[in-house]
Design a protein around this ligand. Structure first.
Ligand SMILES: C[S@@+](CC[C@H](N)C(=O)[O-])C[C@H]1O[C@@H](n2cnc3c(N)ncnc32)[C@H](O)[C@@H]1O
Length: 419
């Protein structure tokens, strides 16, 4: 791993104060700040001193993550996260004076914000798997006077930090693809777990509340990107090659296993348009999440427009489903001569191509009718949720998406967890 260079720009105090106020205005404007408490914390903690190698303009840009560590391939492994996502998560965590908070993934700055929110009577522990990140956070916390208010620890998030438990809040600031038991067990009843969670490859920031019996109930998520989890919780997706240029990927059960996939893919395609159109800059992350949580056999198919014949829904990847003999996926070709209009198209290969394509078309049409303008799903998470339709199995837990806002999280299995 490498660290950023340490050339230190100078920071003018008046300049820094003005930049901080401008950033706060911006955070209010984009709804990433929602309370005076979090605004006061942002005002109190000198963000530029947690990334002294960067200019004050960069340090106080609401959208900029200050990357500090990279792996051998040049991918960032650590940063002081962008202000908008930090304040959004702090708002969703609803941290109050006197609380005990565990931050997973350190940088120093966010832990100092949390220290401001919990006050003298609270307790903040920040844990990171990378000893250099912890050293760096410790140094900057000491220089800014927060070292006696934040405990910094080297460790793997997978285990939480039992020594400081129970916590009123756990804030995970690195991309998780699962919910290890330790996080729920170390959270008080009624406590909150705020984290970027990838569900079948689609990451959102959720705020889960710990209800009795280790049940987590998550509110609708916000779109945000984070560096990958390392250690025991590192993502381990299953990749099933289809051709040299196309593959199916999933990080949750079931794993795609149609017979003779390359032959299936080479067979003539059955195509069915959905009648559902998209404008140029329209967001369709909600559709991806809908498909990921309502199709039992779901994976993403990767390949570019050349390999797949039309545009995909994401950057070279698109939702797919399969059965024992066949495969189908969604594409997004131009709908008309209007350059700003696209229409979802389902394409299938294999003996069940038409049936699978029709399933995708039906899902897209239901999303369009019932959820296109909605907030997206809430989630229930518990290891004992029975494996009924729509339940997503991960290594540690089971997740159930609730798309109808009136769906009640009170589930029958709570009365009889062995069912
Ligand atoms: C985005 S940075 C944290 C930013 C920090 N919260 C802030 O804004 O002040 C994510 C951190 O997670 C750490 N990390 C990755 N995998 C981890 C794991 N399994 N356990 C603990 N920390 C981990 C990385 O080393 C990295 O420093």
């Amino acid at each position: 791993m490498t660290t950023s260079d340490t050339t230190t720009p100078t920071h003018d105090t008046d300049d820094v104060t003005a930049l901080c106020e401008r950033m706060i205005d911006r955070l209010w404007a984009i709804n990433a700040l929602r309370s005076e408490q979090v605004a006061a914390a942002v005002r109190a903690v000198p963000r530029h001193r947690f990334a002294p190698e960067r200019s004050s303009q960069e340090a106080y840009d609401a959208n900029t993550a200050l990357r500090t560590r990279w792996d051998a391939d040049g991918h960032a492994t650590s940063s002081v996260s962008a202000p908008w996502v930090q304040t959004l998560m702090l708002e969703r965590a609803d941290i109050r004076p006197g609380m005990r908070v565990l931050e997973i993934g350190s940088g120093g700055y966010n832990a100092a914000l949390i220290a401001e929110l919990v006050g003298e009577g609270g307790q903040v522990t920040s844990i990171d798997i990378d000893p250099e990140v912890v050293d760096r956070a410790r140094t900057h916390l000491a220089k800014t006077g927060y070292d006696d208010r934040v405990k910094t620890v080297v460790g793997d998030a997978e285990h939480g930090h039992p020594d400081g438990a129970p916590y009123d809040r756990i804030i995970v600031t690195v991309a998780a693809t699962d919910l290890p038991e330790a996080w729920t067990e170390q959270l008080v009843d009624g406590g909150r777990l705020v984290l970027p969670l990838g569900v079948r490859g689609f990451q959102r920031v959720y705020a889960f509340t710990h209800q009795s019996g280790n049940l987590l109930v998550g509110e609708t998520g916000d779109h945000a990107g984070f560096v990958k989890m390392q250690g025991l919780g590192a993502p381990a997706p299953t990749i099933v090659p289809v051709t040299d240029a196309v593959a199916l990927t999933t990080d949750a059960d079931p794993v795609p296993a149609p017979d003779r996939l390359p032959d299936v893919f080479a067979a003539p395609a059955h195509e069915q348009y959905t009648g559902v159109r998209m404008g140029r800059n329209e967001y369709f992350g909600g559709l991806q999440m809908w498909l990921a949580t309502t199709l039992v056999d779901f994976a993403t198919l990767s390949g570019d427009a050349e390999a797949l014949g039309h545009n995909t829904m994401g950057r070279h990847q698109t939702p797919a489903t399969w059965d024992g003999t066949s495969l189908a996926y969604l594409l997004l070709p131009k709908a008309s001569t209007d350059p700003a209009e696209w229409e979802f198209l389902a394409r299938g290969h294999g003996p069940d191509a038409a049936e699978l394509a029709a399933i995708l078309v039906d899902h897209v049409q239901r999303w369009d009718r019932d959820h296109r303008s909605g907030p997206g799903p809430r989630f229930l998470a518990h290891p004992d949720i029975p494996a009924v339709h729509g339940v997503i199995r991960t290594r540690h837990t089971r997740l159930l998406a609730l798309w109808d806002q009136h769906d009640t999280p009170q589930m029958d299995w709570q009365a009889d967890p062995g069912a």
